[in-house]
Design a protein around this ligand. Sequence first.
Ligand code: NAD
Ligand code: ZN
Length: 352
Amino acid sequence: MVPKVVFGEGCFDQLTSILSSHKKEKAPFIFLVDDVFEKNTEFLDRINLRFNDKLIFISAEEEPKTSQVDDLVKDIKAEFTYAPSGIIGIGGGTVMDLAKAVSIMLINKGSAADYQGWDLVKQKAVYHVGIPTISGTGAEVSRTTVLTGPVRKLGINSDFTPFDQVILDPDLTIGVPKNQWFYTGMDCFIHCVESLNGTFLNAFSQSYGEKAYDLCLEIFLGDSLSEEESRAKLMMASWHGGMSIAYSQVGVAHAMSYGLGYVLGTKHGVGNCIVFQHLEEFYPKDVALFKKMVEKHNIEIPQGICKNLSREQMETMITVALGMVPLWENALGSNWEAIITPEKLKELYLRM
Ligand code: NAD
Ligand code: ZN
């Protein structure tokens, strides 16, 4: 679990004092910052670069890759003699996952691809801090960093992955475009649905999942929240949703969304929405609620994206989705292979 967290509007300004006790001589802090802030001097002025600290802008155009992690680690090692005092990730799930992976790979040998899986990391990572600027993925609290590697899209799941410190400042999410707010927010809603309806559910996951689920209904279907309250509550929903799946698993929407992501590069949040709208048969009550949310906020969900897939692409998509064994087991039980056949997946994908 994340051992330290601060929360509240404006708490981002505590960053410098939080970092000061972790500063090691000659060893820089490396700030990985979403490049959406590149021209926002007012925001950048609040990041206090000292001594040899370095700020690297990261594009969230594509989701993180193992090769990107390896390149960043190589560059940092080439530039600095001493391992950094800390890595600070400021952005959405993309940048936070990169920050987690870079902090692991600065200490552990080889390529990030060698550690995709469960509990393969042996050495403690460099001190790392997560600062979300958009809410929903739960990447700020989770025990994984999802990376696309040469052969698979899979997380580095380990006890050394979670951040040492998280700063939750809802004001940082003020500039998020509406569609993106919805897509990433729905990632949280879908985490809760998949956890709460899964066979892996237990009291730990349920207690977090139910809280996050209720917050999502209040945020996306209610009418009583101010924008400020809504931002703060979505940040906490993301946190609780992330905690919920830490001790259970996601399900059908995530397995199929990974297939879309792998073959078409569809991003996580929107990919989950594209899939989820067609999953009435698995999550009837929640797909109906989801459709209400889409309508209420007048959101466009892309349609027809699988219409022109080649046979080969469709086969790859199905193979990637079927490869997510724990997700299917959670969603449908140990007999899942009798329910989800390649034909069934093809029929579902063709509706998307
Ligand atoms: P993202 O990080 O890709 O960001 C989405 C868009 O929002 C980007 O264009 C970004 O520049 C923009 N943005 C972010 N903050 C902004 C702000 N304050 N103002 C304006 N624009 C802003 O999206 P995401 O949905 O947060 O993350 C998706 C990634 O998270 C995927 O790579 C997925 O695999 C990963 N993920 C990880 C976990 C985990 O537990 N580690 C869980 C779920 C998803
Ligand atoms: Zn997700």
